[in-house]
Design a protein around this ligand. Structure first.
Ligand code: AP5
Length: 217
């Protein structure tokens, strides 16, 4: 089963994708994570996209389509892909459809996670991750059990925040979502592949709703 999680920055795509990976053994393909990994390892690609990402603008279609193509053609068998943060433009959606056909796969459903802007700001400004294992947290909604210590890997004092999780970059990211990504809602609705989830519910409730949506296919 191959699914897309679509929603504005902070909608909870990464949080829910991590649960699906754990519970259903699916492969998460997050273009945001791939680009951040390229930056951390200091590749030419990483250097090229750093400024664009920090400002909250979209990286070119060509770059992200190339990243997804590489993953789709090299991944071994799994119970399916979760596309997290991809596609983000109509050109990326068309490219994904072609790439899936090329590897004899199809898209099963698109889950739209709706969250209002006020909640997004709170989620983004309170977000942090473990710098060692990447586990995601939130100051109010998903705090570590012991302050300063990662629940997942046990590392102490390694929490970090994303460079684009500030008010200016978030404004640009939201604009990019409404201008370039939201047309995909109509695109997938017309293809009868869209399901909508209330992303304002708690993390567990959203997880249950996504699970139900997937089971209904
Ligand atoms: P990317 O990494 O994809 O960022 P994003 O889309 O802005 O999404 P986020 O990762 O910020 O949010 P999320 O929905 O995953 O929320 P999360 O689960 O963390 O992209 C970053 C940049 O890379 C882009 O700006 C662009 O430059 C570039 N890029 C990436 N893909 C691209 C593409 N395809 N084309 C062009 N450029 C691309 O949750 C947020 C917080 O809220 C967490 O703290 C979490 O604990 C908490 N939370 C989650 N769910 C809930 C809930 N239900 N209730 C309460 N709190 C919750």
């Amino acid at each position: 089963m191959n699914i897309i999680l679509i929603g504005p920055p902070g909608a909870g795509k990464g949080t829910q994708a991590a649960t699906l990976v754990k519970d259903r053994n699916m492969i998460q393909l997050s273009t945001g994570d791939m680009l951040r990994a390229a930056r951390t390892s200091g590749t030419e690609l990483g250097k090229m996209v750093a400024g664009v990402m920090d400002r909250g603008e979209l990286v070119t279609d060509e770059i992200v389509i190339g990243l997804i193509e590489e993953q789709l053609t090299s991944s071994t068998e799994s119970t399916g892909f979760i596309f997290d943060g991809f596609p983000r433009t109509l050109a990326q959606a068309d490219a994904l459809s072609n790439l899936l056909s090329k590897v004899d796969q199809k898209l099963d459903t698109v889950i739209q996670m709706t969250v209002d802007d006020e909640a997004l700001v709170r989620r983004i400004t309170g977000r942090f991750t473990c710098g060692v294992c990447g586990q995601g947290y939130h100051e109010d909604f998903k705090a570590p059990i012991i302050k300063g210590k990662c629940d997942n890997c046990g590392e102490v004092g390694a929490f970090k925040k994303r460079a684009d999780d500030n008010e200016d970059a978030l404004k640009t990211r939201l604009m990019a979502y409404y201008k370039d990504t939201s047309p995909l809602i109509g695109y997938y609705y017309a293809k009868q592949q869209l399901q909508q989830i209330n992303g304002l519910n708690s993390i567990d409730e959203v997880g249950r709703d996504i699970s139900e949506a997937i089971s209904s296919i």
